[in-house]
Write a protein that binds this ligand. Structure first.
Ligand SMILES: NC(=O)c1ccc[n+]([C@@H]2O[C@H](COP(=O)([O-])OP(=O)(O)OC[C@H]3O[C@@H](n4cnc5c(N)ncnc54)[C@H](OP(=O)(O)O)[C@@H]3O)[C@@H](O)[C@H]2O)c1
Length: 340
């Protein structure tokens, strides 16, 4: 059986990556490929890797309501509206934005506005490694943020081993993490051969990391999170530091990570002392994780990488969609990245 699916925001980076992945998916047909300002534009003129005559569709909620599943790859504002419309008519939806990830209080704190549909939040959080059964049953799935999923996969198995209040997360993302719209700070002459932090100490992903460490692991209190902008198009690297509880050994850390992901197709735990590289996961849904313990400070240092457009957005969304449609979770979702 082939499912009819739609992408809203197909002209953006996340939506375009979904379109690429759907081109190789045997059981999903992108029946609607919608954009906003680019509606009517030939797809190939924006996305040269997807040649053909097709143009971007306009967003038509009535047309979306006829589909088996819709991916929302828009900013959270339009997603709030469309996600609610689709939820009201029972259409399965995977939202890549932050519109439905937090509860009402968290949304107000981190996004500065009252949520228009508190009855819909938090939606099922699309982290199959920790909520596979819930995702499979969900109508509305909130896909995790890119920094968040990369941090959660690294830290969740370790939450019982670390001291509350001691977690520091350092994130670095390629420029596609900021979306397709041109901004002064993303101009090649600004970002090339340069490196900078931004957003600390209150980047919006901080609250999402804290919330889902507690939901799926253990509450480790407030974390410090600082993102950075890398002069590469895609790829995201997290370095997280936390104080170990007394008695916890380096072996306990390795065992916790290996046990958590032994059966997971997309999470690879590397040998301690080797460090993951962003290039190894680009184009895939993989997350590579590695941890070392510093015996001098008794801190664990965990590093993890994803493709911000992969596990951090489009392929993670496709993994969730497969589950929601009762398909094999890995169908059309690449395990291995491109290298070099
Ligand atoms: N980029 C990442 O690495 C990443 C990772 C995880 C999650 N996300 C989230 O995924 C979502 C999309 O991100 P992105 O980076 O792909 O953004 P993007 O490149 O800026 O693309 C945004 C898309 O949304 C469409 N859009 C804008 N306003 C709209 C409206 N009112 N109604 C319908 N469509 C509208 C745009 O259409 P036009 O171009 O036609 O105007 C475009 O297709 C965001 O919520 C982002 O936070 C992104």
């Amino acid at each position: 059986m082939t499912f009819q699916v739609g992408i809203v925001g197909a002209s953006g980076y996340g939506g375009a990556e979904l379109l690429r992945l759907l081109a190789g998916h045997p059981q999903m047909d992108p029946a609607v490929v919608a954009a906003h300002s680019q509606a009517g534009t030939p797809i190939a003129s924006l996305l040269p890797h997807l040649p053909g005559e097709r143009t971007f569709d306009a967003v038509d909620p009535a047309q979306l309501a006829e589909l088996d599943l819709v991916f929302l790859a828009t900013p959270h504002g339009p997603a709030l509206e469309l996600g609610a419309t689709l939820a009201d008519v029972g259409v399965r939806t995977v939202d890549l934005s932050a519109a439905f990830r937090l509860d009402a209080e968290g949304f107000k704190t981190w996004y500065g506005e009252d949520h228009p549909r508190p009855d819909l939040i938090p939606a099922v959080y699309g982290l199959p490694e920790y909520a596979r059964a819930q995702v499979a049953e969900a109508t509305l799935v909130a896909n995790p943020g890119c920094y968040v999923v990369t941090t959660l996969l690294a830290l969740l198995p370790l939450t019982p081993l670390v001291a509350p209040g001691s977690v520091v997360v350092d994130g670095k993302s390629g420029t596609t993490g900021a979306g397709r719209a041109m901004k002064e700070t993303l101009h090649a002459s600004h970002v090339g051969s340069s490196f900078t932090a931004y957003g600390a100490p209150a980047h919006r992903h901080t609250g999402e990391i804290e919330r889902y460490l507690a939901v799926h692991g253990r509450d480790v209190g407030a974390i410090s999170f600082t993102p950075h902008l890398l002069p590469i198009p895609r790829g995201l690297l997290i370095t997280a530091y936390a104080q170990l509880q007394d008695e916890v050994t380096s072996e306990d850390v390795q065992t916790a990570l290996r046990d958590a992901y032994a059966d997971e197709p997309y999470v690879e735990v590397l040998p301690s002392g080797t460090f993951p590289v962003t290039k190894a996961v680009v184009g895939s849904n993989a997350c590579h994780v590695s941890a070392v313990v510093d015996p001098r400070t008794r801190r664990v240092v965990v590093t993890s990488v994803t493709d911000n457009l992969g596990k951090g957005a489009a392929s993670g969304a496709l993994q969730n969609a497969n589950l929601m449609l009762g398909l094999p979770e890995t169908l059309g979702v690449p395990v291995v990245g491109m290298y070099p």
